[in-house]
Structure formats: C-alpha cells, structure tokens
Design a protein around this ligand. Sequence first.
Ligand code: PCA
Length: 209
Amino acid sequence: MAIDVLLTGFEPFAGAATNESWEAVRGAAPQLREHGLVVAAVELPVEFGRAGDLLAGAVREHHPRLVVAVGLAAGRRGITPERVAINVRDARIPDNAGASPVDEPVVPGGPVGHFTVLPIKAMVAALSEEGVPGSVSQTAGTYVCNDVFYRLQHLLAADTSLTGIRGGFVHVPAAEVIDAVTASRALALLVRVALDTPTDLERAGGTEH
Ligand code: PCA
C-alpha cells in the first residue's frame, strides 16, 4: 500500500539511554495521523550498512510520497535540515555493531554526493515562524546518519520504480537544547511543509566562515 510519509529515527548510541531522533519521530507520527496522513515510523540501528538496508526495505515496502530520516546531532543549537549527503564513511567512534570504517565509500562507485530533495529553506522558514531554532546544515557528518542519508538519496535517484518519492534528512539537537515535545511538534510541522511545498523558497541559507 502506498502511504503518505515514512519517518525514521535511530536507536540510542554512544552510551546514551535514548535517542532524541526516535523520540521526535514517535511523537510526530500521531500528530501527522491527526491530520489524516498515513504514516509509518521505523527505528533504525546505529550500524553502517544495515541501517541503510532497512531504510531501503521500508521505502520499497511502503512506497511513501515523502521520506524524512531523522538523527541526533548532539552539539547543534537547533533543528537542521541537511543539504547534502556525501559518499564517505569515516567513524570517530565505533557504530553499535563495533564497526569503525575510515575513508570508505557508502556506495562504491557512487557519485561524490547527493543533494536533498526536500524544500529545506521553506522548512527552516517554518521553524523560524514558530520560534524554534533551526538552520540549513551543509554537512550531515560522516557517521551513520550521513550513511543513511546517502543511501536514501542514492536509492531515490537511481531506482526508477521509486521516481516521484521525495526524501531527505533532518538532524535534531540534544533534549537540553530542544525538548522532546517541541522537537516532535517541529518535526510534524516540517513534514507538512515538505508535503505542501513542491518548489523551495529562493533565499540564502549559507554559513559564514
Ligand atoms: N546520530 C548519529 C547516528 C545516529 C544518530 O542519531 C549521526 O549523526 O551520524
């Protein structure tokens, strides 16, 4: 059955008891259902390769209109829709299966990067209207979140049976920065903006260095 939205979050990692990304997804899904949307929510393992395999399987099973994968970026000050996934695995800490790849490709022979196809500027604008801190992020890192993001964008770009499915990645910060209730409300808002915005806003979302 084709559904409206597939959301994914991650299990805990690095010794934490919970992962804010899964808390946000768990809270956002029922809010979206209240808006009449058919939503699937999947908790992914923090494992290179296997997380992307499970996400790909869920995309094929559910054939959603929209896929938003969510991860925790503990050091960030707001909610950050990601602009680009890169074809690199470079792990500072082992994943939950003990793997620590260094300078390996996500997809051997794949392009250097894939851009999101979510309207990230419109999403950030919607956060700002709600008073929730957020900005466009120019990198999802080189750990499992980027791995999943790259696999998602590669799948959607390469498999013509999935043409028309839009997808991308959003990082949420630690609960001390944005609490779970606010994060789940914000995520539900971002999903609705993504569904309702076929063409992104033309406004700057760069970073000064
Ligand atoms: N954050 C990690 C992986 C899982 C998660 O929630 C990351 O940013 O790569």
